[in-house]
Ligand binder design. Sequence first.
Ligand code: DGP
Length: 113
Amino acid sequence: MNDCLFCKIASGQIPADIVAENEIAVAFRDISPEAPSHVLVIPREHHDNVADLALANPLLAGQLLALAAEVIQTEKLTNGYRIVTNTGVDGGQSVNHLHFHVLGGRGLTWPPG
Ligand code: DGP
């Protein structure tokens, strides 16, 4: 998508602090971290949200989680972590390119706001 921020990060047009990547996905640090470790995992292919992705390409959905698992290891989140994907207006999504937030490095409260 021409105007999508995360498509531009995935293609290297906009720089990001990349922590892991492969042919199909990129993991990079969130610009405004909410935890000591806050990494976003995105597919290179554009999908608006996780439901769209799961219906269009369920294999890719699993591959994204595999990259998230790599991040969990390299960030040494041995004490636990949270994977979140905010979706739509009610979900608080601000970038309409599917991303998994991988958060860890501190105790995370529940329920979310
Ligand atoms: P959400 O609000 O769930 O759609 O999450 C979007 C996240 O993207 C938010 O935590 C901030 C992050 N973000 C927005 N713009 C940029 C950017 O240009 N670079 C990076 N690394 N992160 C960004």
